[in-house]
Design a protein around this ligand. Structure first.
Ligand code: FAD
Length: 424
């Protein structure tokens, strides 16, 4: 249980006319308590809506630079040509309709002494509490040769949008018989099963359209999420097409050469016709520059309230947070956002907060009609979110095609449900 006194400071600073819309107080003569949510992804947009629901009397401002959100889940299907990129985009109209104020801006700094966030256009915004949900940034300093210009040649496609389309276009342009080389980073990173789903769906495309081609997946790990299920399906659906090279067999990429599209490992080098480099990651830049991330690059949090362990009055949710055993997924981000909203509303009202359990399910497509999943239940223990033994599970290793097809349909239904709830 935790208790906190509400803070009565308030309101927007700056001169631009746009500020009026952001600052309108709900009660005449009394400035509102303002919660600022930074980042309008699965975590931030969910939290902003739930805060409005849980704590309607507080002003909730969501700060997000893009006027529509590009969703990563199902973007691997876009890369494989199974889905249009437009199906990945969601507007913020639903979020606005729920009473959340939106500032189409990027937060460039947080002034802890003044309790203000600074926006790229020079304005500042007062806050009582901050929810930080900036997702990930790719570490362009971690893999020699892999910088932002290199990503235009060897796309990561680990943030959805232009990068997704670029990788799709490169696959389409590749001749039959070409070699696709992917690299997967060490843990932790966004979406643990994501690289393996991607390899599967690219293999599906190659099998159908470029059957003499091959995919090599260089991995900085010896084990991965849903490994047995993926590997059994690869043998079944794509025999000889996917070559997975684990860490112990020289899978860790130590350097890349964009000019020759070559990925270099401790054991040798791989020249690619299409190279998909998924580099190491860290919390979004604002979390790092504001001092909310630790030396790992991620943000330590209290697993009960999601409050930062490094700064009071700031809650970190989604991929940016160190959420213990909870993976960095949209499902987890959405679940954390709802719990954090409840906790923040309680704390701001000076109420006691109680422990809750969180659920995550990660679906992956191995083929359009072949889905697999892993689910877990988590609760705070010893300062971390810990998985409750026996409460989750994975898809069975042996299953009939109809069962895999049902899981593929569940995956699609999950995506429709979550995007409808967050953005609809
Ligand atoms: P994001 O969704 O990335 O949102 C962060 C937002 O913050 C962005 O909109 C960004 O513009 C904004 N932002 C950043 N910095 C600032 C700033 N300074 N000021 C203002 N705004 C800022 N998860 C699943 O559950 N199921 C799946 O099937 C699945 N598939 C995936 C497939 C792929 C290929 C990938 C890459 C990921 C997948 N994921 C999946 C993972 C999922 O996309 C992420 O876990 C999820 O997006 C995390 O949500 P978030 O809100 O933390 O970050």
């Amino acid at each position: 249980m935790r208790k906190a006194a509400p803070n009565r400071r308030t309101i927007l600073k700056g001169g631009a006319a746009g500020l009026v819309a952001l600052a309108a107080p709900p009660v005449l003569g009394q400035a509102p308590q303002r919660i600022v949510v930074i980042g309008g992804g699965f975590a931030g947009a969910t939290c902003a809506r739930w805060l409005k629901q849980e704590a309607g009397k507080f002003a909730v401002t969501l700060i997000e630079p893009n006027n529509r959100f590009a969703a990563c889940p199902f973007s691997n299907a876009v890369i494989a040509g199974l889905r249009p990129i437009e199906a990945q985009y969601f507007s913020y109209d639903g979020v606005k309709k729920s009473g959340v104020e939106i500032a189409e801006q990027i937060v460039v700094a947080i002034d802890w002494d003044a309790s203000q966030v600074r926006l790229a256009d020079g304005r500042s915004l007062d806050y009582q509490r901050i929810v930080l949900a900036p997702g990930i940034d790719l570490r362009f300093d971690a893999l020699p040769g892999y910088d932002q210009p290199a990503a235009e040649i060897m796309p990561h496609a680990w943030k959805a949008g232009a990068q997704t389309v670029l990788l799709r276009q490169q696959l389409e342009a590749m001749a039959d018989g070409g070699v696709v080389v992917m690299s997967a980073p060490a843990n932790p990173f966004r979406c643990p099963p994501g690289p393996y789903e991607r390899a599967s769906l690219i293999a599906h495309y190659l099998k159908a359209r470029k059957p003499r081609s091959k995919l090599i997946l260089l991995d900085a790990k010896d084990t991965f999420s849903k490994q047995k299920l993926f590997q059994a399906a690869w043998q079944d659906l794509y025999p000889g097409l996917i070559e997975w090279v684990p860490l112990s067999q020289g899978g860790r990429v130590t350097e890349v050469d964009p000019a020759s599209k070559t990925l270099i490992t401790e054991f040798g080098s791989h020249r690619a016709d299409v190279a998909n480099v998924i580099p190491p990651q860290r919390a979004g830049a604002i979390a790092v520059s504001a001092g909310v991330a630790d030396q790992t690059g991620w943000c330590p949090i209290d697993p009960l309230t999601f409050e930062s362990k490094l700064r009071p009055d700031v809650h970190v949710i989604g991929d940016a947070a160190i959420a213990g055993a909870m993976p960095k997924s949209a499902f987890a981000a959405n679940a954390q956002a709802k719990v954090a909203a409840q906790m923040i509303a309680g704390l701001m009202r000076g109420e006691e907060v109680h422990e809750v359990k969180l659920i995550n399910t990660c679906y992956s497509l191995v083929a359009p009609d072949y889905g697999i999943s892993v689910a877990g239940v988590y609760s705070p223990k010893d300062g971390l979110l810990t998985e409750i033994k026996g409460a989750g599970g994975v898809s069975p290793l042996e299953a009939k095609p109809a069962q895999r097809a049902v899981e593929a349909a569940y995956a699609e239904a999950w995506f429709q449900t979550i995007t409808g709830e967050v953005f609809g």
